[in-house]
Design a protein around this ligand. Structure first.
Ligand code: PLP
Length: 474
């Protein structure tokens, strides 16, 4: 018997989703609803009895109006957020419909094999060592936790300490050496794993945003034998800087350190022959964390961890499960911090199939070109300046307070005001940052749909907003 209710509610969801995606270009990019209005609409009285599912769905769609950030469209340039290529969005829907628990092969065999294949494809596309193991996790934050759990195991095992059995109380202290540009998720991973933030030594970067090799060497000399993780960056948030892996990793190796790479988005240049040189030497590391939900344009809930030391990876997570007999396939429970988990391999499998190696490379290169076009176009406007020319898909623009008495603080405030005004205009969405003591508007292009026409429209519209804001400030 067909379930008419299920059919109708899924059809309604399909219609709503399609209407949203097909008309997303017409509405504002930034969410312009106020928190009060969202609360008023969503915080309906909780009832004792349930209600009709189609009615609920329609109510939900109406209630979130203006509160949905349009990062699935081509004019979203805030933070580092991707959209979703069609097949990966569709595969993600099916993932929910199939509702698999992808913790173990026996529980969800097709999901396990899709992950297995996706993991191999990812190593191929990213030019990572074939022998590396992998894990599909919720995002780069958890990929750090996954990789650094393996690092913790290996470094302590090397000192005769079994961290899985004996924990960290009394264990030799592990230190983390990184740069001041390291992402906040590295700090949180250190917290989750019991290292504490105090274990982190953050070395100031040079003008180029990279960790200076002599400074790394000097950091080791403080305590040459401490078990150490060196955490390097492939693509920082502000200017897309890459640490000099080819110079840094051999230094870390000489001190028996574990080298972990934060490549949340930046690792994806490895998919492009034209851009791969930026990450030269990255394959020499021990572990790599990246995202599918950023530059690969897979829907959210998609991060990837890769670990060269397969044994350390497995030792950190393996759980002699009592209710899942040793199975013939891959049990994700042995490779991730999760237990029950989403079958997130399907969406990745679909995205890689849809794009192919060339399509991924083209998407990475195209978004870099558009970032350059945007930053140069905006930076050339009267009253704006470009702070960094994007070498990948990230750049910075600053807007100048037109008053002759304006101080750097006034330019900071004017830059924040401009970003708010652009976002309020609906044409695009940007976010701001403080870079080298100055406020700047970040330009980040990650979406597969962004076109040269989007770039042109946005620059033209920002020119109008800037002229208006300057007039009302003078
Ligand atoms: C986004 C980002 C992260 C965190 O990734 P999530 O997927 O949000 O967990 C880590 N590092 C860098 C450089 C990032 O841009």
């Amino acid at each position: 018997m067909p379930d008419n209710n299920l059919r109708n509610v899924l059809q309604a969801a399909f219609d709503h989703a399609l209407a949203y995606r097909e008309h997303a270009d017409e509405g504002p990019v930034a969410p312009l609803a106020t928190v009060e209005s969202l609360r008023a609409r969503l915080n309906v009285p909780l009832t004792d009895d349930g209600a009709d599912s189609i009615r609920i769905l329609n109510e939900l769609v109406a209630a979130v109006e203006g509160g949905i950030t349009n990062n699935s469209g081509g004019r979203f340039f805030a933070w580092v957020m991707g959209g979703s290529v069609p097949s990966s969005l569709a595969a993600d829907w099916l993932t929910s419909a199939w509702d698999q628990n992808a913790g173990a092969y026996d529980v969800a065999p097709a999901a396990a094999v899709a992950e297995e294949v996706a993991g191999e494809w990812l190593k191929d596309v990213l030019h990572l060592p074939h022998e590396a193991s992998f894990a599909l996790v919720t995002g780069c934050q958890m990929a750090h936790v996954t990789c650094l759990s393996a690092a913790r195991h290996r470094l302590l095992a090397g000192r005769g300490w079994d961290v899985e059995r004996d924990g960290l109380f009394g264990a030799p202290a592990i230190r983390i050496i990184t740069s001041t540009e390291a992402h906040g998720t590295a700090r949180r991973a250190a917290r989750f794993l019991g290292f504490g933030e105090k274990s982190i030594t953050a070395i100031p970067c040079g003008e180029d945003g990279r960790l200076p090799p002599e400074a790394l060497e000097a950091a080791f000399s403080n305590d040459p034998h401490a078990p150490t993780i060196v955490l390097l960056q492939a693509g920082d948030l502000n200017i897309g800087a890459y640490d000099d892996f080819a110079a840094l990793i051999p230094i870390a190796r000489r001190h028996n350190a574990w080298v972990h790479i934060d490549g949340a988005f930046g690792l994806w240049v490895c998919a492009s022959e034209k851009l791969r040189h930026l990450a030269r030497g990255v394959e020499l590391a021990d572990s790599w964390a990246t995202d599918g939900h950023k530059w690969l344009n897979v829907p959210y809930d998609c991060g990837y961890a890769f670990i060269r030391d397969v044994e350390a990876h497995r030792a950190a997570f393996c759980y002699a499960s009592v209710y899942v007999a040793a199975s013939t396939g891959r049990d994700a429970i042995d490779w991730t911090p999760e237990w029950s988990r989403r079958a997130r391999g399907f969406a990745t499998w679909a995205a890689i199939r849809e794009l192919g190696r060339n399509g991924i490379a083209a998407m990475i290169e195209r978004t870099c070109d558009h970032a350059r076009g945007l930053v140069r176009g905006l930076g050339a406007l009267h009253g704006a300046e470009q702070l960094s020319d994007p070498q990948i898909n990230q750049g910075l623009v600053r807007f100048l307070d037109p008053r002759s008495s304006a101080t750097p603080k006034d330019h900071d405030a004017f830059t924040d005001r401009m970003t708010r005004a652009i976002n309020a205009s609906g044409i695009a969405m940007f976010s701001n940052t403080t870079w080298r003591g100055r406020r700047a508007m970040r330009v980040s292009v990650c979406n597969w749909q962004t076109t040269a026409e989007d770039v042109r429209r946005v620059v033209e519209s920002v020119a109008g907003t800037l002229a208006h804001e300057r007039r009302s400030t003078e």
